[in-house]
Design a protein around this ligand. Structure first.
Ligand code: GLU
Length: 370
């Protein structure tokens, strides 16, 4: 599919905003005019029918000014404190800018474990699904206040790609200080050529990415390529575009210069492929009624389950088996012990059976490869 059509037809767009766009490097103040333009772009995308998520940096840059830290590199403890002070301002700025368009902002702070650990990945995925279903625009950042070096993403390029995967977005926009990938650094080499479409990240493409990032931002072209790899694996298309214009998303839609990374898959197919490649830890046997419901694209409810085999955690892969034989590979929505406790029961009884409220489905329909 041609790149611009991906943008025009996008159903769920994740947009990564770097610190340099949002916070003035000289004054440390929020660039409100730019933010207003971005909010207009978000409203425009939503009017076109797309869900939008924003992955925004800027908490450390904003907070360090308020606390009078820097200039110069901060210690881990100072960054944590700056993030704590800056994030609350960052979230408020987005909330105010989006409220002018009757859009509700939702804050989500994540750490590396939220995508690395499969159970937590599923939880985060469910949270994003609910927030988007309710019509909000999640504003996502790393939880820098509690993240230490060992458990950090460290850069919001990769974080944005993981959020793209968790939220099932089909397009990831990286708003950057460059308008894409060049064969060399365009500031140093006037003859560097621009690449508008990359369909595979080859060693040659990797060699084009130096490490240089701009002031205040963690990511250079290297982390952008890592992000592209994650996004493409999740079946999403990624675009690098210049962010420092009044309406950066509109500029992309109008055909401005960008670099697109587009693989062969789409988010649904990529997810099914990922699930079918997993080793099952157990099996869930279902009756004929549930087998028919699954075949018609429904989730698996506990009522239709006749047996649970093996030991598995929530998020592990299991085989779904009907009276006639194997039906699907799936990610379990409950661990094996809980699944045994609720099998054969109505979803409304889950809370009484487990002693805590739970999700209605034992396996969500998006978590199956039939
Ligand atoms: N999470 C950091 C912040 O909000 C930014 C990381 C990055 O610039 O990529 O300040």
């Amino acid at each position: 599919m041609a790149p611009l059509i991906r943008m025009q037809q996008a159903q769920r767009v994740a947009i990564k905003i770097g610190s340099a766009l949002l916070v003035d490097a000289e004054t440390g103040q929020l660039r409100s005019n730019w933010l207003q333009g971005l909010a207009e772009d978000v409203a425009m995308l939503r009017a076109r029918g797309a869900d939008v998520l924003l992955i925004s940096s800027g908490s450390i840059a904003l907070g360090s000014r308020v606390l009078g830290l820097g200039p110069g590199p901060l210690s881990l403890e100072q960054s944590q404190a700056a993030a704590s002070v800056g994030q609350i301002r960052l979230a408020q700025a987005y909330q105010e800018a989006l409220a002018k368009h009757q859009i509700t902002a939702a804050q989500v702070l994540v750490t590396l474990e939220d995508s690395a650990n499969r159970r937590r990945y599923l939880n985060s995925r469910a949270t994003f699904a609910t927030l988007l279903d309710l019509g909000t625009v999640p504003i996502v950042n790393e939880n820098d206040t509690v993240a230490t070096d060992e458990i950090r993403y460290g850069d919001n390029d990769r974080l944005a790609a993981q959020v793209t995967s968790m939220a099932g977005a089909d397009v990831l926009v990286l708003l950057s200080d460059v308008d894409g990938l060049y064969s060399g650094n365009p500031r140093e080499h006037a003859d560097a050529t621009h690449h508008a479409l990359i369909e595979e990240i080859t060693p040659q493409i990797e060699a084009m990415a130096g490490d240089a990032g701009s002031d205040g931002a963690k990511g250079g072209m290297k982390t952008k390529l890592m992000a592209a790899r994650i996004a493409m694996q999740a079946g999403a298309a990624m675009v690098i575009a210049k962010g420092d214009v009044t309406r950066p998303i509109q500029a992309i839609l109008e055909g401005g210069r960008t670099s697109w990374f587009i693989g062969k898959s789409n988010p649904k197919a990529a997810r099914k492929q990922w699930i079918s490649a997993m080793k099952p830890k157990g099996a869930i046997r279902v009756d004929a009624g549930a087998a028919a419901a699954l075949a018609s694209g429904k989730s698996l409810l506990p009522a239709g389950v006749t047996d649970v085999e093996g030991q598995f955690e929530r998020g592990d892969a299991v085989d779904l088996i009907g009276p006639e034989g194997p039906l699907a590979k799936a990610l379990a929505g409950y661990d094996a012990t809980e699944a045994r406790a609720i099998m054969g029961h109505q979803s409304a009884e889950i809370e009484a059976l487990l002693g805590h409220p739970g999700r209605a489905a034992l396996v969500h329909r998006d978590d199956m490869a039939i």
